[in-house]
Design a protein around this ligand. Structure first.
Ligand code: PFF
Length: 450
């Protein structure tokens, strides 16, 4: 009988696993994307739909993905192969893992460029560049950054090096150590910023904007965006949570850990929203300013407000830390696959994979300047195409098939063994994975393509 390829690394404890999961989930999605899409789609009504997606699709899938990881006991490709064999299903299921490894590489390639913007803004803020600047100069600075391939490349490179270096050191020496530093720092900075805005002028308006539902603004597009974002923000569909789950010991509770991760991710997005919109409204700025919200709007506020230098620097530092703990999770599926299946040392696997995604990232760097007129899919630049391909095709496809596998293929006994749920709850959970999740994901998927 052929030998099962099993993962040997493990997390030191359930809490470090939860922290690592939160680290993966909380990133640019929470601090950059969530506030600007919530701003664009009208605030509270969008938020409600998003919460609904997290609860009905995100959480069940998160549990499913971690289950696949721990039950498969290997990287996403091998883990799916192990599970398919055990359950007498087609070998082709390992393609699901491959889809994840590839999608994670694509996402990392542009994630690192955008994280690089935050790096640039952190340093710029630290140098006091925003202090008492006028709006035109600040907005011009962002355009200048985007139009400079060398600057973008520099920050993309710096960020990639840092992320790859952490992963190259292994689960305990690299990932765990980084998570133990990054996450407490992230929580502390968030609380300091919250403390600042609670006493500020825009706080009330921001709370009303986020929490007083106004359904007149809700559109079909907003629903689709909310669903797509639920996937992205919880790092679902790519095997990231699977590989993290494969390092989880048998005594830990997958359901509890998943609830913690989903709740923390949502809470941090909400906190970030309250903080950002308080600053925006307190300074009479526009909530619906799109992707530039973080980089063009907030610095205007930091330039005028009391303590702007300190809070601005802290804020962009927060974005970099959050992005870093997500980026390392994007590297891990590939590295564990290279290590376990190809016998390549972790160190080499991490640097090799990092090099490939770095090169791919150059396409994103150029799509903001030299290649801004070159379109791949219809009207989409290189960056937009990768974003579209991953967010609208690869992630939902990954999530869809994971739900199908856990709902229909994985034996009920195995699922019960992994989750330890009561019979009734287990059945309800299986119905959710068999019907609700796939149907909802399919609707969104088809609508997106049309
Ligand atoms: N969840 C991260 C964020 O919200 O920024 C992004 C991400 C990380 C997506 C890891 C997917 C992933 F596998």
């Amino acid at each position: 009988m052929s030998q099962l390829k099993l993962s040997k690394e493990t997390w030191s404890s359930q809490s470090i696993f939860i922290l690592a999961g939160i680290g993966s989930a909380v990133g640019l999605g929470n601090l950059w994307k969530f506030p600007y899409i919530t701003g664009e789609y009208g605030g509270s009504a969008f938020l409600l739909v998003y919460l609904f997606c997290v609860l009905l699709v995100g959480l069940p899938l998160l549990i499913a993905e971690i289950t696949l990881g721990r039950a498969g006991q290997a990287n996403p490709v091998q883990g799916m192969a192990n599970l398919a064999r055990e359950n007498k299903a087609s070998k082709l299921w390992s393609l699901l893992g491959l889809n994840g490894v590839l999608a994670a590489g694509f996402i990392l390639s542009f994630y690192s460029v955008i994280a690089g913007w935050s790096g640039a803004y952190f340093v710029s803020s630290l140098q006091g560049n925003f202090i008492s600047q006028d709006v035109a100069t600040i907005q011009g600075d962002f355009s200048a950054l985007l139009s400079s391939p060398w600057q973008l490349l520099f920050w993309h490179t710096a960020f990639s090096l840092l992320a790859v270096w952490i992963v190259s050191r292994g689960v305990k020496n690299g990932l765990e150590k980084a998570i133990n530093i990054l996450m407490p720092a992230l929580f502390a900075i968030l609380l300091i910023l919250l403390g600042y805005v609670v006493a500020s002028r825009g706080f009330e308006e921001s709370v009303t904007f986020l929490f007083q539902p106004d359904f007149s603004k809700l559109t079909a597009e907003a629903v689709l965006v909310a669903m797509g974002h639920a996937f992205f923000t919880l790092s679902l569909g790519l095997g990231v949570m699977m590989v993290y789950g494969s390092y989880l010991n048998q005594q830990s509770s997958i359901v509890k850990a998943s609830i913690w991760i989903a709740v923390a991710d949502t809470a941090i997005a909400l906190l970030a929203g309250v903080i950002i919109f308080s600053i925006v409204f307190g300074n009479n700025l526009d909530a619906a300013s799109g992707p530039g919200l973080l980089f063009q709007t907030l610095p205007v506020a930091f330039s005028e407000m009391w303590g702007g230098w300190f809070f601005g620097t802290l804020f962009f530092g927060l974005v970099v830390l959050a992005a870093l703990s997500s980026a390392i999770s994007l590297i891990e599926p590939a590295v564990s696959w290279f290590e376990q299946n190809w016998g390549i040392q972790r160190n080499k696997a991490a640097w090799g994979f990092g090099f490939v995604t770095w090169v791919l990232g150059i396409g994103t760097v150029l799509s903001f300047n030299t290649w801004s007129d070159i379109y791949l899919f219809s009207d989409k630049t290189f960056f937009d195409s990768l974003d579209f391909l991953t967010a609208n095709i690869m992630l939902p496809a990954g999530g869809f098939f994971m739900a199908i596998f856990v709902g229909w293929v994985l034996s009920k006994e195995k699922l019960k063994g992994e989750l330890g749920l009561q019979e009734r709850t287990l059945n309800q959970y299986r119905v959710t994975l068999r019907w609700i999740v796939p149907v909802l994901v399919m609707i969104v998927f088809i609508y997106n393509l049309i």
